[in-house]
Ligand binder design. Sequence first.
Ligand code: FAD
Length: 468
Amino acid sequence: MSTRLTVIGAGPGGYVAAFHAADLGMQVTLIDADPNPGGVCTFRGCIPSKALLHAARVLDEAKHADAYGVSFGSPSIDVNKLRAWKDQVVKKQTGGLGLLAKSRKVTYIQGRASFVDATTISVETSGGEQRVQADYVIVATGSRPTTVPNVSIDSPKVLDSTTALELPDVPNRLLVVGGGYIGLELGTVYAALGSKVTVVEMTDGLLPGADRDLAAIVAKRMATYAEAILLETKVTAVKDDKKGLAVSLEGKSAPSGPQNFDRVLVAVGRRPNSAIGGLDKTKVKVNQRGFIEVDAQRRTAEPSIFAIGDVAGDPMLAHKASHEARVAVEAIHGKNAVFEPRAIPAVVFTDPELAWTGLTETEAKKQNIPIEIAKYPWAASGRATTLDRPDGLTKLIIDPETERILGVGIAGVGAGELISEGTLAIEMGGRASDLKLTIHPHPTLSETVMEAADVFYGESAHVYKPKK
Ligand code: FAD
């Protein structure tokens, strides 16, 4: 009899695991509370946010076209139609995943799963309890938004990423709590739709964790369309006073007295969904931060149970979840697969986008790793000039001894599409000379990667740098 695998959670971790396992001949059951596979990413995360960001980008480009003599006048925005289009995008993606599950003969059960024991799963469905017997289980239950510590904000006017993506309305004044990628992406959407957006961030810069040179480019542009960016400041109280929300702020940039907003969006982080019923009846261990502990194959302390995706540790990104899915399934299939990427790319879909992969300058400094940095400013890129978007930077982090590429960071329009060349270079053990000697098409933004390598050797045609 073929291996019986049950996957709990059908996000980009769970559905990729289920589909790959079915392709390898396993008998697969996939369980999720939603009507189709997709998870947070497709229903309430990556996909709806990028659909709305696309609309934001069109609005922004139309506005800026004035600079080269093309005027569209004031846009008219039909929020109901925009919401319906975004919902349609989600439906198309998740419906497609449902069909893919069916064609692979994956049994999809809609309901909440809990463990009876290590190999028996109970599912609470609308039609009652179902039990599934499995040889192996993959836990891919993802994560959910956290709230602001010590601040009770129980009001329907307060949004989290899920409710913000539902696009209930376009508030006149919106406070975004948290200057991480989710807050900034959603802040970008609402600002483009016409909200006056204020961002409040506890640390001394937006996108904490991202390379400072690159984050500065995003912050500079954001300052042009946000009403205010309040750094080293935190929210201490939120009161619903019927007219709106009175928010008290404390810290370096805090204005005096409570400030009024029509809505507050809380985007201060996410926590793993590891509180799964009956998990304590297995040997699975959960660490202090709530992540399920796994080894390099994504196997937990219970040998027949694996965990992948957001519930199994940082970075909480869809493509990391999908990659782990393949590793776990192949390990179950008896292959010697391990999760050991040299680089996991991360993209912030703001305007401009910010993307990085591998080692960052900040991380190298923290770990005392000797590096050389080569930067190519997009002001020197012909393609960026034709797009009227010279606000970009491509940055290579290079091992000074071997000239190997250790990290790549890019800020600029389309950075998310450009970063994969960097990841490939790192995975292939590529050197700066490999990027330099690879012919890139002209005029493209991808040339900035090649030219950053030219800068490293003091040989860029478009940036003068004295020879070393
Ligand atoms: P999830 O996608 O979280 O799916 C887990 C599923 O398990 C959910 O459907 C949940 O309902 C279900 N579940 C949980 N417990 C149970 C249970 N007991 N029984 C049954 N079902 C259960 N990442 C990117 O890489 N790129 C992006 O652009 C990006 N944008 C994002 C934007 C937003 C607004 C948000 C919130 C997140 C974004 N992310 C992005 C993060 C990305 O969504 C997650 O990293 C990814 O979804 C993790 O996948 P996963 O498979 O671990 O779990």
